[in-house]
Ligand binder design. Sequence first.
Ligand code: ADP
Ligand code: MG
Length: 252
Amino acid sequence: MSLLISNLHATLENGTEILKGVTLEIPAGEVHAIMGPNGSGKSTLSKVISGHEGYRVTGGTITMDGQDLLGMSVDERSRAGIFLAFQYPAEVPGVSNANFIRAALQSRLPKGEEIDAVAYYKRLYSKMDHLEMDRKFTARSVNEGFSGGEKKRNEILQMMMLEPKYSILDETDSGLDIDALKIVAKGVNAMRSPERGMLLITHYQRLLDYIAPDHVHVMAGGKIVRSGGPELALELEKHGYDFLKEVELVPA
Ligand code: ADP
Ligand code: MG
């Protein structure tokens, strides 16, 4: 059981290649972190995994527990168990947070089956309490007028409610103060399970102090150029990405 990305190449619509052969396996039960300089393709990778329409896959494969993801629509991937917490979460004016999450859950039920509203709100409130989110966020439009930190917390709320098999968190830590970071980490840690794999994209070791990864990868120039254990993140914190200048950009 794993999310398996193999020799993935992807371009922008204009043909510019951004991902230049990414190979990465995230087994269920593990947390992997990807670090790397700005512009190295981290967000592109997360968007290509979730099926964003602005990118074209020109080579390689992505499978989830053996199931081909590339042939599936965004919606199908989500219902199959892929979740992406966006680096820049979109605002959805006119749709309340509670209705948004409820619709996503409803779409996962067999035809004719209805969500039990009482049980739904009970569960929603308990997750919000876990994330120390005020109840007023249930009735507010999705992310509209939310602060950066509130948006990131809201992404984690969606993840906790949808219980995906594989979660990708794209810089969920950026823009968070230390208290919010701890709360988000608590939410993520509560989701760790032998059945679930997680990919954390981050710039900072700080997040990894609270969410201990099993493996750390460095992405540069559209490839994974180094992989290691948690100590790799500490090394990067100390020495930065200088090694990239010396090392030829070949997959580790
Ligand atoms: P990272 O998340 O590692 O900072 P990105 O995946 O966001 O990097 O971007 C990788 C490169 O691809 C950058 O040079 C970025 O400008 C470019 N890029 C990504 N998406 C687009 C897009 N939709 N249009 C134009 N350039 C893009
Ligand atoms: Mg990014």
